[in-house]
Design a binder for this molecule. Structure first.
Ligand code: ADP
Length: 239
């Protein structure tokens, strides 16, 4: 693949785990229970993508598809301060798309093509969270096939944007904590098969002791499985 770019997560440990930061032309999925840090990493990446290359960014802009009203401008301001970039400029380079339901979410993703064609230098698309609307709207066994078909359509659109415009796609996915978490098969826990195949990188987040978080890379085709420890601080994500 040509010119793959990488965006720092803010944590050197996590960057190393995934081969140097989240990749363009790929889909990276983070999953974990409520409060495990998924939205925090999303906010961090929305800022770090704007940094120059030597600091782990792509000098680019971000589309943030927000499905659960988790986007916090004041959090972006804190992270921008820590990165030494202007708050207002940082916010202007984040294009917020609030998705009211799954159809709207699908449409928002497809519209990114137009935004890029209009000249906006989008290098990162975040969907926080991917499955919330789909889960709420398609309840019960009989609707599972439709849900997976819609989800598939959505993921294909995201992958197409990633490939066509050399963009990184970052998805968050909430899962229930399980007693065998980290040792069982993660694929059973989430989004079914469609998601399992679409994500190039899948990272399992878990709360550790003393405010620490643990990231575990799972199902990676060409990187070893492993874990990295990081923290969420006022300044953002750090080792
Ligand atoms: P989720 O995985 O549900 O998206 P979040 O990414 O929202 O979880 O993580 C929430 C956690 O992040 C909080 O419980 C807190 O520990 C931490 N956090 C959020 N904001 C800050 C902050 N400004 N300073 C330090 N820690 C924070």
């Amino acid at each position: 693949r040509r010119d793959v770019g990488r965006i720092t997560t803010g944590s050197k440990n996590v960057d190393e785990l995934i081969g140097g930061g989240i990749e363009t032309q790929s889909i990276t999925e983070v999953f974990g229970e409520f409060g495990s840090g998924k939205s925090q990493i999303s906010h961090e990446l929305a800022v770090t993508v704007q940094l120059p290359k030597e600091r782990g960014g792509l000098e680019g802009e971000c589309v943030f598809i927000d499905t659960e009203n988790t986007f916090r401008p004041e959090r972006i301001e804190q992270i921008a301060d820590a990165c030494g970039i202007d708050r207002e400029e940082a916010l202007q380079r984040i294009h917020i798309a609030r998705a009211f339901n799954s159809s709207h979410q699908i449409l928002m993703a497809e519209k990114i093509n137009e935004l890029i064609q209009s000249g906006v230098n989008v290098r990162l698309v975040i969907v926080d969270s991917l499955m919330a609307h789909f889960r709420a709207e398609y309840v019960g066994r009989e609707s599972l096939a439709t849900r997976q078909q819609k989800l598939n359509q959505h993921l294909h659109a995201l992958q197409q944007i990633a490939n066509t415009y050399n963009v990184a796609v970052f998805l968050t996915n909430q899962v229930q904590a399980r007693p065998d978490a980290f040792f069982g098969s993660p694929t059973k826990a989430i989004g079914g098969h469609v998601l399992g195949h679409a994500s190039t990188y899948r990272i399992w987040l878990k709360k550790g002791l003393a405010g620490k978080r643990i990231a575990r890379l799972v199902d990676s085709p060409h990187l070893p499985e492993g874990e990295a420890v990081f923290k969420v601080t006022t300044d953002g994500i750090v080792d």
